[in-house]
Design a protein around this ligand. Sequence first.
Ligand SMILES: Cc1cc2nc3c(=O)[nH]c(=O)nc-3n(C[C@H](O)[C@H](O)[C@H](O)COP(=O)(O)OP(=O)(O)OC[C@H]3O[C@@H](n4cnc5c(N)ncnc54)[C@H](O)[C@@H]3O)c2cc1C
Length: 425
Amino acid sequence: PATTRHTVRKKPVRTTVVGAGVIGLSCAYELSELGHQVTVVDSGAVGAAASAGNAGWVTPFLSTPRAAPGAVRDAFRSFTSTEGPARMRPHLEPSFAGWITKFLRASTKKRNAKSTAALQDFARPAHSYFDSLIERGVSFEQYTDGLAVVFKEEENLVHYEQIVTKMRALGYVGSVKVYRGEDAAEFDPAIRRDIAGALHLESERHVRPETLCQGLAKWVEANGGEVAEHDAVTAITARSSGQWMVTTESGREIVADNVVVAAGYPSRTLLAPLGVTVPLEAAKGTSMTALGEGTAPAHPLKLYENMVACSPFGNAVRLSGTFDIGNRDFTLNQKRLDMVVRQGLSFLEDWRPTDVEIQWVGHRPTSADDLPIIGPVPGQAGLYLATGHGTLGVTLGPVTGALAAKEIARHGQQRLLEPFRLTRF
Ligand SMILES: Cc1cc2nc3c(=O)[nH]c(=O)nc-3n(C[C@H](O)[C@H](O)[C@H](O)COP(=O)(O)OP(=O)(O)OC[C@H]3O[C@@H](n4cnc5c(N)ncnc54)[C@H](O)[C@@H]3O)c2cc1C
């Protein structure tokens, strides 16, 4: 007798991503590509927290942890600093003391060398993941002019040349050119003529970060996913069925097979009720984006002595900086922003802001060893954490999304993610 073949349609795996920053959206995008039914939920607007007003650099070269020798000395100095780029704002909570202790332990020469090697391995393919986003139809503003590190002092330029040698030993293959004295201003006429020089990392890139988040969100929605804004997640609870329930402020209850927590610094508080400790602190930064007059930089510039980042985006220029660890306050500190702008302009020949478009603050989710925290949450099947990218969330966003999605979709553990598990703490 003739047999009828029935195709059993498998229900798509449902995955909810908490957080529509560059990390959550990168995960959502890759999970959609792998066929998951994705819902992204954010307490605010798409990409409006740390992923908005940052410098937008995609710079594998700079992928090194801040937990480094000298961190102890700098931490104590910063208590009294008003003009320094980095400051510490201690809390009385035990979690802050725990964070600092772990950070200092991670700052030894040996630990730093290990962490740097792991981050370099992870960041090395970053540019190819950006290429792949473009090939697969995600649209965003990307610039491929490299990154120039600009120095007021010759000794700092010499020191940085030694850093290039170290990074070469770790496998950095990008081309590097050094311009001394007036040659630096020939290379980029926005740079002041009397500075010591500039070191051009020719292969690095930058993106306008707001456009990256918008591009990813649009792609997810166009491919059947949902991106829900202005609805904070209030609870993540395990159900007896083995699934998860994500509850939001508006009373929505989303049932999911997997939950990815990519909520930046607040990931800590979201996971605390499940008994999961995530050693994360906020490192507050600030930026100004403006149209101006005079010669605008043709390249993104890392203004070395003051740790200010200068990013040209079309006609606009963004100056960003400060790393205020422990500062969880969302208000704009005008004095800190004015300092960033003043110090940034001290490297530039004649560009001056005329029309300020955006003044911004954001909190880098910074782990206790300044390495990302990526992987399944131990003892909580189907719950995955992706945060702690500190100063590198844009650089590492797409590679994080791609590798995390493979793990969430049970395509096997990803070797490059091994150094970044929560269990290391
Ligand atoms: C001044 C400055 C300059 C920087 N420059 C660079 C750079 O050049 N290159 C680079 O690679 N990195 C840079 N960074 C770092 C980068 O901005 C961060 O690493 C990155 O944005 C972190 O992304 P994220 O998705 O983890 O966090 P976020 O962008 O903060 O996203 C987390 C999201 O979770 C949401 N959320 C929080 N709580 C809840 C909740 N309860 N329910 C629902 N949603 C919630 C938030 O609203 C937010 O949208 C810079 C940072 C600063 C501050």
